[in-house]
Design a protein around this ligand. Structure first.
Ligand code: ATP
Length: 346
């Protein structure tokens, strides 16, 4: 088998620190992968005003099997324009329509809920990743006056909703899950909600082996805290998914623990930790590398390198059980010591 080609975009802030360890761990796993590093990020933007080179996205799409990204964001860049162009650009140019975020508690000690065990928190949120409220459609009228009006459009297409709901059912089947829950706010947001409901009914009919549930998003947020054990796969829109996955990250120990994949089946997909560039702790050896390392494992599993992925997941689990942790999750290790421990225990 030829080596899988991985584009590495470490980005800014703690992205650079955690991705360095993700690469070390990937090497230690024995996976047949080769890396090409790209310097997209704040430093390059501030140096030569380039966020993404002219052929950048097509290079990623055509030259690589997957992208491993760190984080983008830097207080020196006004409005983080580079982060928006790189991250949202990748999602839209590579059409990465399914944002897959496992919410998996590795040890009770990490969970802020009392009496919560790993069996209670083990589900996956699939967030629509290309439309909804994030298309930047809308406008502002009478800006700066007392009559100012801001309109932000919520765009939902049949095609966009259908493919992410279908992805959720396929994901459930492939991972031995028996239930998929769709969450919306169709009691109040009736136009978009009606479309989601109709697609849900139609696509759901093709999956008689999977149990179907529905919850309004407010009720779901409550239930994720009160009784998370009932969930297996949750599919929702871009905005609700954004919010719910931060809640999910909290259930598993915080942003430092959470991994994600931005996926278009059959095409170059992108994997990244859920956290951002965290300028407050960047360069201080404080960042938790586990979310980035777990994202690298997700990437290997997606590429069919399941044994190597399992080795990495097992090493992360050992690190947690032996309390080889960074301060955000109650430990005393630095980024480097934590990352090196995991790499040396593959
Ligand atoms: P960005 O603008 O890039 O999204 P941000 O600081 O606004 O960055 P995050 O980086 O997602 O948002 O994180 C918020 C806070 O959570 C950080 O300021 C940091 O204190 C903490 N945090 C995030 N990721 C980690 C991590 N991997 N390890 C430790 N703490 C983290």
């Amino acid at each position: 088998m030829s080596k899988k080609k991985i584009a590495v975009l470490a980005g800014d802030g703690i992205g650079k620190e955690v991705i360095a360890h993700a690469i070390d761990v990937l090497r230690a796993s024995g996976a047949e992968v080769e890396f090409t590093e790209f310097d997209w990020g704040a430093d390059r933007y501030l140096r030569d005003s380039v966020t993404v080179p002219a052929d950048g996205f097509s290079l990623l799409a055509n030259g690589f099997d997957a992208v491993l990204a760190g984080a983008f964001g830097d207080p020196r860049v006004q409005f983080n324009i580079h982060a928006r162009e790189i991250l949202l650009g990748m999602r839209s140019h590579l059409d990465l329509y399914a944002n897959v975020r496992p919410v998996k508690l590795l040890d009770s000690l990490l969970c802020p809920l009392k009496d919560c065990s790993p069996e209670d928190v083990n589900f996956t949120i699939i967030r629509e990743n290309t439309e909804g409220m994030y298309g930047d459609l809308g406008g502002v009228f009478k800006r700066g006056t007392a009559d100012e009006i801001a309109v932000q459009e919520d765009v939902n297409t049949w095609k966009g909703v259908e493919r992410v709901i279908r992805y959720a059912f396929e994901h459930a089947r492939q991972h031995g899950r028996r239930r998929v829950l769709m969450s919306d706010k169709s009691n109040a947001l009736t136009h978009a909600g009606s479309l989601w409901q109709r697609v849900w009914q139609e696509v759901g009919g093709e999956y008689p082996d999977i149990e179907k549930q529905h919850m309004y998003v407010d009720a779901l947020a409550l239930a994720m805290v009160r009784a998370p054990r009932q969930f297996e796969v949750i599919v929702t829109n871009n905005l609700f998914g954004d919010i719910l996955t931060d809640l999910g990250a909290a259930l598993q120990g915080g942003l430092g623990m959470a991994a994600s994949g931005n996926i278009h089946p059959g095409r170059t997909s992108m994997f990244e930790p859920v956290h951002g560039s965290a300028p407050d702790i960047a360069g201080r050896d404080l960042a938790n590398p586990m979310g980035a390392i777990a994202s690298a494992a997700m990437m290997l599993a997606h590429l069919g390198l399941t044994q190597e992925a399992a080795r990495i997941d097992a090493a992360i689990l050992s690190a947690v059980r032996q309390r080889k942790l960074t301060p955000d999750v109650g430990g005393t290790l630095g980024t480097r010591a934590c990352g090196e421990w995991i790499a040396s225990h593959i």
